[in-house]
Design a protein around this ligand. Structure first.
Ligand code: ZN
Length: 88
């Protein structure tokens, strides 16, 4: 089984350190990782550093962050690179 993951869903081992805040309760969110976890990823999930979304991908936009406090899941949109505006 081969999964095609969007670039922002791939696990690099660093992204989960950039914690996002839950929009509901302001607790630190954990990164949701989709696909089959390897042993390192399973250990990270056991430590609560990432949340495993499983290898069955639901329809539509996938949330990328999970709140361990209230269970809310949300998608963090990357800031668009703003076009450089000449300032004078
Ligand atoms: Zn929350």
């Amino acid at each position: 089984m081969t999964l095609t993951l969007a670039a922002d869903l791939t696990y690099t081992g660093k992204e989960h350190t950039m914690a996002a805040r839950c929009p509901h309760c302001k607790a630190a969110g954990v990164r949701i990782i989709y696909g089959m976890p390897d042993p390192d990823l399973g250990a990270a999930a056991d430590r609560g550093e990432v949340f495993l979304g499983g290898c069955v991908l639901p329809e539509g936009e996938l949330p990328t962050w999970h709140c361990p406090a209230c269970g809310h899941e949300w998608r963090l949109h990357r800031p668009q690179a703003a076009p450089a505006k000449p300032r004078r």
